[in-house]
Structures are given as C-alpha cells and as structure tokens.
Design a protein around this ligand. Structure first.
Ligand SMILES: NC(=O)c1ccc[n+]([C@@H]2O[C@H](COP(=O)([O-])OP(=O)(O)OC[C@H]3O[C@@H](n4cnc5c(N)ncnc54)[C@H](OP(=O)(O)O)[C@@H]3O)[C@@H](O)[C@H]2O)c1
Length: 184
C-alpha cells in the first residue's frame, strides 16, 4: 500500500476538485471514503446567542464540505468492487444520546450539533439513493475521545481506544442497508 498526501480544504470547491483529480490519476479507484474532518464552535454557543457567520462556517465544513467531497469522489468510488462511504458523525447531532444529544446538553455547541444532525440526514439520504448500487453509506460516532487537552477529565477515551472501536464497528456487514447509525 502507498500513501498519497493531498492538501484539502473542504470549503474550497476548486481545491476539492483538484484533490479528486489527484486521486483519479493514481491509483484510479477509491475503496473507502472516510469523511472525518469537522469544524467546531465554542462550547458556550447556543442557538439564541450564536454568531450566524460562525455557524455557517461550521455547516460549510461539516455538511456541505462532506457533501461536496463525496460528490467529487463518487466516480472513483464507483470503480471499486465494494465501495464504502463512512461519515464520522457525533452523538451531539442525535436525539438518542443521553449525555451529549441535541436535547441533552442545554443547547450548548448548537451549530456543531445541528451540523451533525444534518450530516446524519445526508447519510441516510445518500444511502437510500445509492441503495441499488454497491456503494454502502454509513455514519459512525467515535464517542467522547481525548483529541484536545483536558478531555480525559470529561471522561474521554484515549484516541487508540476509539480508533479500535471504529475499526470493530466498520467490519464488513453483509446486507446492511440502508444507513446504519453506530452510536456510543
Ligand atoms: N473527539 C471527540 O470526542 C468526538 C466525538 C464525537 C465525534 N467526533 C467526530 O470525530 C471527527 C474527528 O474529531 P477530532 O476530535 O479528531 O477533531 P480534530 O482533532 O479537531 O480534527 C478535525 C480535523 O478536521 C480538519 N478540518 C477542519 N475543517 C476542515 C476543512 N474545512 N477542510 C479540511 N479539513 C478540515 C482539521 O484540520 P486542521 O487541524 O488543519 O484545522 C482537523 O484535522 C469529527 O468529525 C468529530 O465531529 C469527535
């Protein structure tokens, strides 16, 4: 296996197109697209006090950026025998997460949660549209993971533990359609 480093800003349509072209040149097909990148807001942001320009930037990356990159890479995915799209979502965008869900955290980090709820909707919509193809579209949530200083004190798992958990959750799941949400 070889690696091809490609710089990418999901909010830049030209950059996304250039990245897709670079990937198309070699190795000319894509088996798995993991949409992991995300923008965040200050935890104190709520729907009533949100700076909508900042909220729009979060949506531009977490929803439209992911959507844009997925569209751009679909031709390459279609060349794979078993293509996968994995959107890294968050319990923060779910209705069911009892700790960090949309109605569980007093409205905090509003635009992040709203963007992940929209990402979940995109995942289900894409999975349904592509149900008659070989492309399987899912969302996963790594759970609270120590990717920033002080996260452990909130109960976050080490990065390696969350990575292992995602690897387990992403094992081939024959016949899994449409989108399956994997939550903490
Ligand atoms: N950590 C958690 O507890 C947790 C819990 C649930 C879900 N998640 C999800 O897991 C994923 C990874 O989270 P993380 O904690 O590892 O976050 P992170 O450390 O902040 O990493 C986010 C990455 O996204 C990149 N990014 C941001 N905006 C971008 C853009 N416009 N174009 C391209 N790349 C961009 C960042 O690049 P730069 O560094 O260059 O800005 C960074 O590498 C995210 O989708 C997050 O929502 C995390």
């Amino acid at each position: 296996m070889s690696a091809l480093p490609v710089g990418l800003d999901l909010t830049d349509p030209a950059g996304v197109g250039a990245a897709a072209d670079a990937l198309a040149a070699t190795p000319d097909r894509l088996d798995v697209l993991v949409n992991n990148a995300a923008a965040f807001v200050d935890w104190t942001e709520t729907a009533t006090n949100a700076d909508l320009d900042a909220a729009r930037r979060v949506m531009e990356t977490n929803l439209f950026g992911t959507w844009r990159l997925t569209q751009a890479l679909l031709p390459l995915l279609r060349r794979s025998p078993a293509p996968r799209v994995v959107n890294v979502s968050s319990g923060g965008g779910s209705h069911g997460d009892k700790s960090f869900g949309l109605t569980a955290r007093g409205g905090m980090a509003a635009s992040y949660g709203i963007s992940k709820a929209a990402l979940n909707a995109l995942t289900a919509t894409l999975a349904t549209e592509l149900a008659d193809t070989t492309i399987l579209v899912n969302a996963v949530c790594p759970g609270l993971t120590a990717t920033w200083p002080g996260a452990e004190s909130m109960g976050a798992r080490p990065v390696a533990d969350s990575a292992e958990r995602e690897r387990r959750d992403l094992r081939p799941c024959p016949g899994a359609r449409p989108a399956r949400m994997v939550r903490p």
